[in-house]
Design a binder for this molecule. Sequence first.
Ligand code: TRP
Length: 438
Amino acid sequence: MSIDTRDSFTGKFGVIAAAAGSAVGLGNIWRFPYVVGENGGGAFLLVYILFILAIGIPVMMSELIIGRRAQKNVFGAFKALAPKHPYFIIVGIMGVGAAFMILAFYSVVAGWTLEYTYLAVSNNLLTKTSSELSVFFSEFSQSTTGPVIWMVVFMFLTGAIVIGGVQKGIERYTKILMPVLFIIIVILCIKSATLDGAGKGFSFLFKPDFSKVTGKVILEALGQAFFSLSIGMGVIATYGSYIQKKENLFTTAVSVSFADTLIAVLAGVAIFPAVFAFGIDPSSGPGLVFETLPNVFNHMAGGYFFSVAFFLLLVIAALTSSVSLLEVVVAYFAEELGMKRTVATVIATIAITLFGLLAVFSSEMFNFFDKTSSNILLPLGGILISVFVGWVLGKLQVKDELSAHGGKVRMIGLLMIILKIIAPLAIGLVFLNGIGII
Ligand code: TRP
C-alpha cells in the first residue's frame, strides 16, 4: 500500500473489527482446542490467559504504536522510526518467513473447512456416526487430491481478495457475520454442555492440573497466544498505520485481545464436553475439532442449518486472517523488492500455494510449519518488537503516541517496564526452557 493512497478506518469499531478479523480465525476454533487438548487442559488455559494479559496485550500495543507512528507497513516503519537501527527490519523479514509457514498449513486447514462445508451442504456430515467421523477425517486428511484442490481454492480466494484490494469492503460484511459466528458458537456451547458426560470436559478445561505443566507446555501456551492474537510479525503494525490519531491504542489492543480470547474459550467450551461425551481422545491433534463438532450438530435440532452456517462462517473467518498474512508478503515484495502490487500478489500466492503442498503431502512438514512459526518465529519477533518500542522509541515517544500528542497516559510506567524488561526476559526464558536449553 503506498502512502499517497493511505486512508484510515472510520471510527473505533472499524479498527477493532479489522484487527479482530485478523486475530479471530482458525487459531481460535481449530488450533486453540487442539493445543489445549495436547497440553493437558486447565493448567494450559491458565498459563495462556496469563500470557495474553502480561505479554500479548503489551506486544499488540507495541505493534499498533509502531504502525501508527510511522504511517507505514512493518518494513517502512522500522526504517522511518529508527534510521540508525536498520537491523530491526529483521522483524519484517522473519515475518515474511513466518507468513509463508503459517499460510502453508493454514490454507490446508482452511481447505479441510471447505471440504466440511461441502459435506454439510450436501448432507453428508450428519449421516456419520462418531467413529465414522474419525475414520473419515484421518482418511481425508491423509489423501491428496481433495485436500490439494481445496487448499488451492482457498489460496486463490485469499489472493483474489488481496489483488482486488477489497479487504475493507469485506470487513463491512464480517462486522455482521462474525457476531453470527459468535452466536452459533454460544448455541454449540449450550448444546455441548447438556450432553451426557459433559462434566468431564468442563473439568478438563477449567480444573488446572499443575503436574501437567512442563517447559514445553508453557512455550506452547506462549506460541498459541502470539498466533491467536496475530502478533509478532508485523501484521498488527500494518493495521496500526490505518488507525486515526484520535483512537486509543490501549482500548483497541484490549478489545481485540478480549474478543479473541473469548472466542477461543467458547470454542473450548463447545468442544471439550463433546470430546468426552463422544469418547474422543483430547490429544488427538489437528483433527480434534473436525472429529468432534459434527457429532454435536448431529444431536441438535436444526443441525443441518447450524453445520452449514458454522463451517461457512469459519471459512470466512479464516479468509479475513489469511489476507492479513498474505498482505505482509505482498508488502515485502512490493516495497522492498520493488514489484508491482498485482505481480507481487500473484507471485506470493503461487509461491505459498506450492509451499503449502508440502504441508498436504507430509504431516511432518505440516507440524514443522505449525510449531516453528508459533513457538519460535513469533515469540522472537515479539522480543524484538518490545525491545524496539521499549528501548529505541522510548517512553517519550510511546507516551506521545498513546496520548495522541499530549494528555495523560495511565500505567505508562508499567507498560515501559513490561516492554523493556519483563516481556523480552519472559519470552526469552520460556523459549530457552521450552526447547530444553535451560
Ligand atoms: N490469528 C489468526 C488466527 O487465529 C491467524 C493469523 C492471522 C496470524 N495473521 C497472523 C497469526 C499473523 C500470526 C501472525 O487464525
